[in-house]
Design a protein around this ligand. Sequence first.
Ligand code: G3P
Length: 230
Amino acid sequence: MGHVTKVLMKPLIALNLKAYRESIGERGLALCRIADEVAKSTGTSIIVAPQNVDLYRISKAVSIPVFAQHIDFNEPGAFTGSITAETVKEAGCQGTLLNHSEKKIPFEKMGAAIEVARKAGIKTLVCADSVDEAKRIAQFKPDYIAVEPPELIGSGISVSKAKPEIITNTVKEVKNIQDIPVLCGAGVSNGEDVRKAVELGADGVLLASAFVKAKDPKAMLLEMANAVRE
Ligand code: G3P
């Protein structure tokens, strides 16, 4: 495991495990094993972004792509406490989230951060908190952009229901600049929310609490994956 070819197809479900108590240690590993099983049984492309200290063992345990939730954008060197692109690559990651609303990068560093990841050979899923930020990020050609209105994050109210225009506008504006897959997130809570996001033109979803905090995370993820099976 861990060295299987990891080809991602649309629609994509990206699971950010954040730093929730429910995703620490063994619980994070169990959630990622569930994601691995659901990806296999449904043929859906699923990415997991576990907590940083678990990246190595989770990469060994699952065959779906594992992304870091963030990397520091310095090169390897005398940077105490830094987690570099090369470090997460070596740990088995295929990519990293960047610029999540809970871990923003100063905009002037965005290009450099994406470049550091590219040089290390990992993919970038860069978050944007608005259509405008997504457009500005597109110029750096990340591998994926995820638009997430911060006020809906963790709310249980899906962006695809509450602010569908954010999805349609981001897809339109980004694809005018570059053909970059656009995901959406914030409040995505069930299969219907995922289906709606895809109907609006999103290439996938990025979500956290509805999966991590679900009473039955496997049933929840199966519902989401089945909602967008072709
Ligand atoms: O990274 C995904 C995230 O910010 C959305 O969180 O809990 O609303 O799915 P949640």
